[in-house]
Design a protein around this ligand. Structure first.
Ligand SMILES: Nc1ncnc2c1ncn2[C@@H]1O[C@H](COP(=O)(O)OP(=O)(O)O)[C@@H](O)[C@H]1O
Ligand SMILES: [Mg+2]
Length: 338
């Protein structure tokens, strides 16, 4: 049996879609979702697959869960090939794909878990005890909502229940696709703490995908950064951050006038500095990020500030900070894309 909990080698996946063109014509379009993805998840670690929307995270995860067949390469979980030994893989993993899908709205959290437990072949006292255990592990018991109808659950509770279901059979490997997607910041924070706790206390190997770099930094031991179907970096979070340790990040938060678009603003900023830069819209403001060597910060700041003044952007905040995983991404790709 292989040493790694999850092993992925040169994985490829193409999707073919047909676009309608008029009455009779259809145009065939091939999307290369994975272009030779390789990584290994070690036993007992929390491994993050981090990348922007469309990077190929869900595709990778679905192949590992045996829900999708690869077009090339191989993948195995606990030594079992995801194509040739799919039932062995399925028996050993706990999966949470889309938080809101697959539960019964008119059943309570506890009833839902009992139903799925039976579906997984559990019954009697073992099932009853395990349902209580996982309800406790994910904090639904503390919230006192285990006997509430699923339809009354908040998204945060649904996310917890989804993780509880993944834990039911006490699998060695948990695979979670964007578990905090759509959660408000406090619920996301609680869920992140929960993930770390489950992984460490229960000794699970966890593969978690996220487009949130902050989340990856907090939750993961090691991270693979995936972009456009390729892994562009893979290392421990601290080691990834060291790659940009000779850089600092200049952040400027602005309120642009109504007619200025984020793309336009970024293009002007990029024209002004020759360092990797990106822009994030954040409720009415835009956060600009420029990654560069420390000795250039002063000059860059004054150039960008005069540019922003000339564009009539309000300056809300200017900050120079230590590198983060986000900066690694900007440095690697020239932009964050997140
Ligand atoms: N069922 C599908 N049909 C066609 N294209 C798809 C399908 N699923 C995903 N894609 C495309 O494959 C690429 C990777 O998607 P996905 O794995 O969902 O990325 P992520 O989860 O990182 O956002 C994207 O370009 C996406 O549009
Ligand atoms: Mg996805």
């Amino acid at each position: 049996m292989s040493e790694a909990a999850i092993s992925v080698r040169d994985l490829e996946k193409r999707y073919t879609t047909y676009l309608r063109r008029g009455m009779f014509r259809r145009e065939r379009r091939v999307v290369e979702a994975l272009k030779g993805v390789s990584f290994e998840v070690r036993r007992g670690e929390v491994f993050g697959l981090l990348g922007p929307n469309g990077a190929g995270k869900t595709t990778t995860v679905k192949i590992l869960c045996t829900l999708l067949l690869p077009d090339g390469g191989r993948a195995s979980v606990l030594g079992y090939d995801v194509v040739e030994q799919a039932p062995d893989v399925r028996r050993r993993i706990g999966v949470s794909l889309t938080v809101e899908k697959g539960f019964f709205w008119k059943l309570t959290g506890r009833e839902n878990l009992t139903y799925f437990g039976m579906l997984y072949g559990m019954d009697g006292r073992r099932l009853r005890e395990r349902v209580e255990e996982v309800l406790g592990l994910v904090g639904l018991t503390d919230l006192g909502v285990e006997d509430k109808l699923y339809e009354e659950y908040s998204l945060g509770m649904k996310a917890r229940l989804s993780i509880a279901r993944a834990l039911l059979t006490d699998p060695d490997v948990l695979i979670l696709d964007e578990p905090t997607l759509g959660l408000d910041p406090p619920s996301a924070r609680t869920l992140r703490e929960l993930l770390v706790r489950i992984a460490h206390d229960e000794g699970k190997t966890v593969l978690v995908t996220t487009h949130n770099m902050f989340e990856a930094e907090i939750v993961c031991d090691r991270v693979a950064i995936i972009n456009q179907g390729r892994i562009i970096a893979l290392d421990a979070v601290e080691a990834l951050k060291r790659r940009v340790s000779d850089r600092v990040s200049l952040e400027i938060v602005v309120t642009p006038p109504a007619h200025v678009r984020v793309d336009g603003l970024l293009a002007r900023v990029r024209g002004e500095v020759d360092s990797p830069a990106d822009a994030f819209p954040e409720n009415g403001t835009v956060r600009l990020k420029i990654v560069q060597p420390p000795e250039r910060v002063e000059e860059t700041t004054s150039r960008v500030l005069s540019l922003l003044h000339s564009m009539r952007c309000g300056i809300r905040r200017v900050e120079v900070s230590e590198p983060t995983l986000e900066d690694v991404f900007v440095q690697l790709t020239g932009r964050t894309g997140f």
